[in-house]
Design a protein around this ligand. Structure first.
Ligand code: SAM
Length: 338
């Protein structure tokens, strides 16, 4: 901490002020009027700008962009990871969101750690979005084992089931399914964005990856599973309606944020801590509206699930909780008119 000699002098009388020695150059506070400091500052600026130029020439553009984002993120006053926002075009389009290349790349890099986490007889529960060295998480364990339960309900009396995994990323849940129900044959379709499908396809030959909504929705499935993905569609209820229509047996919507009392609202998440150099907008849904909507499409709520994820959103009108809902199609029950 530098001494503020100007303040100290100001409290002295005029005589005392004359007697007080001025500080030497080395003691002086660095100011623009100090010639030594100015020269040093200029030199440092030149060296820095040359260094930056060399780095720009040497680094690949994708790494440069990542560095720029990290720098901007550090330079920006800390903003909360979660923030309630208005439902505007600007909020939904300000960032590339899940299409940002860093997401698929981060997931590809963590793939070996993910494979190790589901090997042999180890307990499930390594959250694949977290850093690779975090311990098993009971909340993640709950989520994964719940998926095993849903597969079991779907498979009753069947040796093979068809699954649409909406927002299934690079295929984590496909491998959970294989480990949770190894005897079950799977016709497994993953619908996600092109960048994630491309990585998924290069890692897993068995499931079908598609980024084409129409292709994914062109047939019906024993189970339609959407884990933490539907809320990222601005037209949430349109997509949900389409998923209901192709769910021949079961629909599971899980890991999504719900509120009891408020109307639906938009949240932005800043997931930089997970290595995702972007931000994404998503809906928080009113629980009753959501359940009523699905039930109006010919399905009934079979079981609700509690999840451990519970972000604190400082400016939200109501704090949300993450839950899952398993719906089953009821024979002879037709969808109610909208
Ligand atoms: C939080 S991750 C969930 C991944 C996985 N389902 C899980 O629960 O671990 C959200 C996923 O939704 C995907 N997603 C976002 N918008 C989508 C869309 N319009 N159609 C399909 N998937 C989408 C993202 O690319 C991402 O893979």
């Amino acid at each position: 901490m530098g001494t503020d000699w100007k303040v100290r002098r100001s409290v002295l009388g005029p005589e005392a002020r004359k007697k007080q020695a001025r500080p030497t150059v080395s003691q002086a506070k660095p100011t623009m009027s100090n010639p030594l400091w100015v020269r040093g500052h200029e030199l440092a600026k030149n060296v820095l700008s040359r260094l930056k130029h060399i780095i720009r020439l040497l680094l690949p553009p994708i790494l440069l962009e990542a560095l720029r984002k990290v720098r901007n993120y550090i330079a920006t006053p800390a903003r909360p990871e979660w923030e309630a926002m208005p439902n505007t075009d600007a909020v939904w389009t300000a960032h590339p969101g899940w299409a940002h290349g860093s997401i698929a790349e981060t997931q590809r890099m963590k793939w070996p750690a993910f494979l190790a986490s589901i090997e042999g007889t180890r307990p499930f529960g390594w959250p694949h979005e977290a850093p690779t060295d975090v311990p098993i998480d009971i909340g993640a364990h709950n989520m994964i084992v719940t998926f095993g339960y849903v597969l079991g309900r779907t498979a009753l009396g069947k040796r093979r089931i068809s699954v649409l995994d909406w927002g299934g990323g690079i295929g984590h849940y496909y491998l959970y399914a294989r480990r949770l129900q190894p005897e079950l044959a799977l016709d497994y379709v993953i619908k996600d964005l092109p960048s994630l499908c491309a990585v998924g396809q290069s890692l897993l030959p068995e499931p079908t990856f598609t980024s084409d909504d129409a292709q994914a929705l062109s047939r019906r499935y024993d189970l339609v599973f959407a884990s933490s993905s539907l809320q990222y569609n601005r037209n949430f209820y349109d997509v949900l309606g389409q998923l209901c229509d192709v769910a021949a047996g079961w629909l599971m919507v899980t890991r999504s944020p719900f509120v009891e009392h408020s109307d639906d609202f938009v949240l932005v998440q800043r997931p930089y801590a997970y290595g995702y150099l972007t931000e994404y907008a998503g809906w928080v849904m009113n629980r009753k509206r959501f359940v009523d909507f699905v039930q109006s499409r010919g399905l009934v709520l079979d079981r609700e699930f509690m999840l451990a994820e519970r972000p604190h959103v400082p400016n939200a009108r109501e704090q949300c909780r993450f839950c899952g809902f398993l719906f089953r199609r009821v024979p002879n029950r037709t969808a109610a008119a909208p």
